[in-house]
Structure formats: structure tokens, C-alpha cells
Design a protein around this ligand. Structure first.
Ligand SMILES: [Zn+2]
Ligand SMILES: [Zn+2]
Length: 125
């Protein structure tokens, strides 16, 4: 019984050594494995041709989409501003954020971020 290539998604792998096989260039009847010289008939690729073609641009655009969403989320976070002097540049305004500590006894911590130089510091309540 002859060996046939393993199909994973839109890719074909050599049945002898597991090397990823190149897609045929259109003129050759077989694809030869670079590692062990196994000859895979080009017909093995025929039913996955459509998938292979749409694959290259589908992936990067999905990545780009994800990056865009993350940036949007970050920009959407608006903190209240309070009159607090920055210890680094002495700018009189800072962003204010209150963080509840894990244990109730510890109270909460105020996080300040300078509006001007983005220096951050914290004050325990
Ligand atoms: Zn091989
Ligand atoms: Zn500052």
C-alpha cells in the first residue's frame, strides 16, 4: 500500500519524514520531498488549492484587526483629573485612580499619573 501525504489544514506533509511539501508549480506531476526524495503526486494538492490561495492574506489582516481593537480599548480609558502637584515636574494636575487593596484592612491606594510628564506615583489611604 503506497504512502500518501498527511494533510493538515491547507498544508501537505511528507508521509516518510514529516517535512512540509512545496505546492506544485503547475507543470510537474509530482512534488519531491526535499529531505527524503519521496514523490508525492501533484493531484494530492488539487482539492486543497482554493484554501491555499486564500490563506496568505487572511492571517495578517486578522492580526492587524486585533491590534486596532487593543489600541481603541486603551484610548477609551479616561481617568478623572485632580489638582495634585507632580513630584517630578511640579505640574499642578494629575490623573486620579483609586485601587482597592486585596485585604479590607489595608484600605485603598490612590494612583496618580502626571498630566504633563506621565510620571506615576501612589499614595496610601
Ligand atoms: Zn520526506
Ligand atoms: Zn510631571
Amino acid at each position: 500500500m503506497p504512502l500518501t501525504a498527511q494533510k493538515i489544514g491547507s498544508l501537505l506533509f511528507c508521509p516518510n519524514c514529516g517535512t512540509l511539501l512545496d505546492t506544485p508549480n503547475g507543470n510537474t506531476p509530482v512534488v519531491v520531498c526535499e529531505q527524503c526524495k519521496h514523490e508525492e503526486p501533484a493531484s494530492s494538492f488539487h482539492d486543497i488549492e482554493i484554501v491555499t490561495r486564500s490563506h496568505p492574506d487572511a492571517f495578517p489582516s486578522a492580526l492587524r484587526q486585533k491590534r486596532k481593537t487593543q489600541t481603541k480599548l486603551h484610548e477609551g480609558k479616561v481617568l478623572p483629573k485632580v489638582a495634585e502637584k507632580c513630584p517630578a515636574c511640579e505640574y499642578p494636575e494629575a490623573f486620579y485612580e483609586e485601587k482597592q487593596m486585596r485585604s479590607a484592612d489595608e484600605g485603598s491606594t490612590i494612583l496618580y499619573t502626571c498630566v504633563s510628564c506621565k510620571h506615576g506615583w501612589r499614595v496610601n489611604n
